[in-house]
Write a new protein. Sequence first.
Length: 452
Amino acid sequence: MYTVDLLTPYGLLAAFGAALAGALAGLWVWRAWGREGLFRSPAAWLLAGAPLALFVFAVATLAVDVPYWDDYDALLGYLSRPARLAHLFDLHNEHRIVTVRAVAEALLRVCGRFDFRAMIAVGNLLFLAYVALLVRRLFFVRGGLPLPWLVPALWALLSILMYENMLWALTAVQSNAVLLFAWLALWGLERAGRGGWGWFAFSLANAWLCTYTSGSGLFVWFCLAGMALKRWRLDGARLCPAQAAVLAAAGAVTVAGYLRGFAGGGGAGAALAHPGRVLAYAALFCGGAFHAAPLALPAGACVLGFAAWQVLRLPRVRENAVFFFFGFLLCAGCAAALFRSGEAAGQALSFRYRVVAVSILLCCGALAYRQAPAWLLRYARPACALVTAACVWMNLAAYLLAYPQLAARRDRLVEGVRAWPERCGGLVYPDTSLAGEALRRSVEAGVYRPPR
């Protein structure tokens, strides 16, 4: 976490400068609303390109070749094992991180030794691919959101507030890859209705990768089944018995293989004894884009209410991939609420979940826009201007105020590893002696070379 101190000359100047930039961005969106050829304007490219440039700068300067938290056992511990490919499918907590380990294997073979910076770069490239595909679907298809909404969407997604994915190699790949594969699986099945078996196989392959990236990936199979059932029963699409059978069999085999030897889930029963706490955690998770609990809780409650309303209006929903991806994201949030609601409520607002929370809001916006009455759409222009001003202000202020603290945190991570093996106290892991042992084994195995 980082702290914000506005009662300093730099803090006041940064907040004022970000607020001024946000106001100018909101004014530009107000004036550009409804204009043809929006992205022929240099101002439009500046507003859309600035968050990308800032995001790439943050990743390039904050990523360092040192382990952080689960990197010690999930990556260094795995890479130091003899005959490690036999452990490729082993559980890590409640996850089977096959994709993460495969990326680590590839980097080790290409680079000759494992480099955490390369792993973080791969994870954030996966994130940029996810953003590009999601933005293309939400804004650049017939009936998509008006293009001015693209500006706040990019500022919200490409934010330094996802800083844990810039420092933590494991979560950089896992958190971003599961979203990318889930979206590709649902999009592929939507296309399969027009393209036959090629798109269908593409969908199943991505669903498998999604499952074996993170535990939340299990939900993609239920979303695929729901989409296929909706298209058959409500949309009037022809059901292909062979594809339905293959989807059911692939889902059953994949989920059964994942759950084999799985001993987790014991906390779910205890959580259900406190349903109010679970619902509050789920609402905080869904509204996590607002960061502060007093804002996130009502926003998340509105999201859950909107989801219930969409289920009641399911026959009228036409954006199948967006709707079921929205459902996938909500399932991930509800699973986190079920298994983690016993922890501090602030965990639901963790910055590494921010991309999920922002994606939930974008899916809500896309679904609502297609179904909104005409009288409500009259307020889209001022709403877009205000949201743009808020997103630019909040995220630009975060870069100005948080980056120096995150750079200092990066330097402490490096110094902690440099002090090893004489001192292990600077290693960021619950048990620093175990972290030191993981470092020792990886160095002896020749898979990692700590900075000196």
